[in-house]
Design a protein around this ligand. Structure first.
Ligand code: ADP
Length: 498
């Protein structure tokens, strides 16, 4: 033991007590003495002893009783009994009660030192064993918790993970991988991956990661297409696992990420850019045509013709500006970066004012406007500017696509959870084949009635985006030559007080 061993001698015979103390102190041990069991126990409670020498026959508390009480206080301490009548029975009894050894009286200093040294050596070994076991338990615990932590992380990853060894046997995988590759049945580690994975492309990437010329790669990343019914695009990254010391290839780890949605978005973005450039080109080339005709004097000397041309160029410039404004509005909504300032709103004023503001656009059509909006309306949580934009687009369409002496009716009706606002017109209507597309970007119905109506085809897409960002929905009903009704449903946030 590194520190000085501490010994307590409990004996009612002073000569033995002091004799033991002298002999053991001479050996370099720290020795305390007690003349009876009670004093001895008190000392045990307050001092960490390595070894106790206890007289078996003491008045009051005997050695056996003391030993069992010491065990309750300190189960590790070594106890040696001194016995005046060493019989096999007393020795066995003492051992049963936890004695490590016994010394029959009378004893020589050498035999005392020998028994004590043996006892202390045993204690040293026991303590060491205990410490090693605790360390091992702790290590096992840490290892187990590391392992379960790693499992928990890998199992909850959204990306598929696959680890295979050099023999192409499955070592580790996670539920995302099973789901992504639609693997059915039971998988066991040790199985060859070719028995589990049927996708040629994926197996190919894995094989190539091992190819000799791939040694300089840290990883290979490739997109693969999973066939129907999944029809997914997966980004696979495969890296070779190398042993830190020998640099030998141990196996490889593949991560699989489902990028189907990203791919779709990318495609939509390209389509959108193509559509925008197409839509922008038409008015710009028209304006260029008018300007070229003007500059080259293509219409001779008639100033009326030139004026007409300039007027048309201005109209096209105007529609180009409308398109750019709509595009800006649309892309702001699309990017969700427009700072929406939602507040509790009674939108009756917005509806009534928008109708008033737009009435003039009817021009020579002599339209009748009917506004059937009760006041106050239940409050909705909305962005005021976006609500103005929403009703401007719907009401201006109801005017634009109306016929002479037609009607525009705007009504609002609250029900239990929603505020329903209907914008009805008695105009040209929309053929059922076009209805599913009118909310698409740049979609315009081309028919004789709309030939001279200008527009960007973005108005209704903007309307739809606004409605959805307010957790509402929009429906349309239409009959050609009869008219159209757009119904916007917005969730009520606060009802009117009765
Ligand atoms: P635009 O700028 O062309 O009006 P919108 O996105 O607002 O674009 O509308 C898309 C198409 O839906 C219009 O071109 C038109 O053909 C049709 N449309 C929209 N509202 C009405 C309506 N009230 N009556 C008839 N057709 C409509």
């Amino acid at each position: 033991m590194d520190a000085q061993a501490r010994i307590l001698v409990v004996d009612d015979e002073k000569g033995i007590r002091e004799g033991c103390k002298r002999i053991l102190a001479g050996e370099g041990y720290a020795v305390d003495v007690a003349e009876n069991g009670n004093t001895g126990l008190e000392l045990v409670k307050t001092n960490p002893y390595d070894l106790l020498i206890i007289d078996l026959m003491m008045p009051g508390m005997g050695g056996i009783e003391m030993m069992s009480r010491v065990r309750d206080i300190d189960p590790e301490v070594i106890m040696i009994v001194i016995t005046g009548f060493a019989t096999i029975e007393t020795a066995v009894d003492a051992m049963k009660h936890g004695a490590y050894d016994y010394i029959p009286k009378p004893f020589t200093p050498e035999s005392l030192v020998a028994v004590v040294n043996r006892g202390l050596e045993t204690r040293r070994l026991r303590l060491q064993t205990k410490r090693l076991m605790e360390e091992r338990d702790q290590k096992l615990l840490e290892l187990a918790s590391e392992k379960s932590k790693m499992h928990a992380i890998i199992n909850s990853m959204a990306d598929g993970v696959l680890v295979v060894n050099r023999e192409n046997q499955l070592v580790l995988w996670n539920p995302a991988l099973i789901k992504m590759l639609n693997i059915n049945g039971h998988i066991e580690s040790g199985k060859n991956i070719e028995d589990i994975i049927t996708h040629e492309g994926l197996l190919n990437v894995i094989k190539r990661a091992y190819a000799p010329d791939s040694s300089h790669y840290t990883s290979i990343t490739e997109e693969i297409e999973l066939p129907l019914p999944e029809a997914k695009t997966i980004m696979v990254s495969v890296s070779v696992i190398r042993d830190d010391e020998s640099n030998q290839e141990l196996g490889l780890v593949a991560t699989l990420r489902d990028i189907t949605r990203l791919k779709e978005l990318d495609k939509l973005k390209s389509q959108f850019v193509a559509m925008v450039t197409h839509e922008l080109r038409a008015p710009v080339s028209a304006i260029e045509g008018y300007l070229t005709a003007f500059l080259t004097g293509a219409f001779g000397s008639d100033p009326k013709m030139y004026r007409q041309m300039m007027e048309r160029a201005r109209q096209r410039a105007r529609s180009l500006l409308d398109l750019i404004n709509d595009l800006l509005e649309y892309s702001k909504l699309e990017a969700k970066c427009s700072i929406r300032q939602k507040e509790l709103l009674d939108i009756s004023d917005i509806i009534i004012n928008t109708v008033e503001l737009l009435k003039g656009q009817g021009g020579s059509k002599d339209l009748t406007f009917i506004v059937d909006v009760p006041r106050p309306l239940p409050l909705i949580e909305a962005d005021r500017r976006e609500m103005e934009q929403l009703f401007t687009n719907l009401i201006s369409n109801a005017i634009k696509y109306n016929v002479k002496n037609g009607k525009v009716i705007v009504s609002a009706r609250p029900n239990k959870h929603f505020l329903n606002i209907a914008v009805t017109d008695t105009g040209i209507g929309i053929d059922s084949e076009h209805l599913p597309h009118i909310f698409d970007e740049f979609y315009r119905v081309s028919c004789p009635e709309t030939r001279y109506t200008t527009g960007t085809g973005l108005g209704l897409s903007i309307v739809k985006k606004i409605v959805e960002s307010h957790f509402g929905r929009i429906d349309v009903e239409s009959a050609p030559q009869k008219g159209t009704t757009f119904t916007v449903k917005l969730p009520i946030k606060q009802k009117n007080k009765d």
